[in-house]
Design a binder for this molecule. Sequence first.
Ligand code: 1CP
Length: 340
Amino acid sequence: MNKIFIDACQGKDVPYSPVWMMRQAGRYLPEYRAVRKDAGDFLSLCKNPKLASDVTLQPIDILDVDAAIMFSDILVVPLELGMKLDFIPNVGPVFSDPIKSIKDIQDFDPVKCANNLSYVYDMLKITRDRLDDSKALIGFCGAPWTLVTYMIEGTGSKTYANVKKLIYTNPEFIHSLLKVLTESLKLYLEKQILSGADAVMIFDSWASALEKDTYLEFGWKYIQEISTYIKSKYPHIPIIAFPKGVSGYLEEIDGDFDVFGVDWSTPIDLAHKKLGSKYVLQGNLEPTRLYSKDAIKEGVEKIKKVMQNKRHIFNLGHGILPDVPVENAKYFVKLVQDKL
Ligand code: 1CP
């Protein structure tokens, strides 16, 4: 059966722009909070294929979105390269032993890392079996640059001072780390595809932390390398790239991918003008609009006016926030699907 999401990724005509939300399986859903409690903690949930599959499917059952995104986190890759990771409630991810020098990465092995992530592949296999044929299953990874920020800063950062200091004082070291990650991510996405992912997305959430030329060299270049590898082997699998915060130089964004994820700070008409003929666009409702139905309606109409249901996938411009009313998330999905 045709999946409207995959058709849209491939630029085909579809009855409406398919819709899903970044972080759609998450804390705003009481059903998610219940399963996470059963699992014990966030990482145990990620490592439990059956429970991770259950939460992957929750937004399909509750919201009727057009695609499920596998439940996991971008940081399982550094975890399986051998770093110690904790998710601390109300704080977020913490690497207690962040990377400081080349000797900290000597034992990183991309093949071992990709093999260690078998719990993700098991979850994808179960989920693809359980998911209706009309719905797509999205796999994902974090981009090398965004992963490096966590691996060096140890946690989320406001200034990225440690990692940026290394970019300007020891660029070879940062490139060595980016290269190990790039090799790991190629194999990781490939194994996700072989386990049932119908499309894959690369999240570069902290692209905006770098100035343009530095981002192109330390960030975008590695996304291009991963996309080219995947496209050359799996040309039918759509790739979504989401470099967040690059609106000042959209015309320099180029690569072997199908869909460009537009973040909420990028005007959709600007993205449409600069990239709309080259890539299908995904996005970009401002996530806090989900607090108000009027704001949702106004935001959706603005986007529809520019995109005209062509070469477009509806999504938020970043992740859904934990205190958004489920009712409003449902309203957003139904409004886009013309099912109100
Ligand atoms: O308490 C909890 O239950 C943990 C909250 C949580 C959840 C639900 C985290 C911790 N990760 C996730 C799941 C997750 N993370 C998904 C699941 C699929 C879905 O979208 O439904 C995805 C795709 C991610 C990706 C992710 N993790 C990104 C990239 C996307 C983005 O939002 O920018 C990033 C930067 C992370 C790191 C991370 N993991 C968790 C948190 C709180 C964070 C961000 C911390 C920070 O702001 O630095």
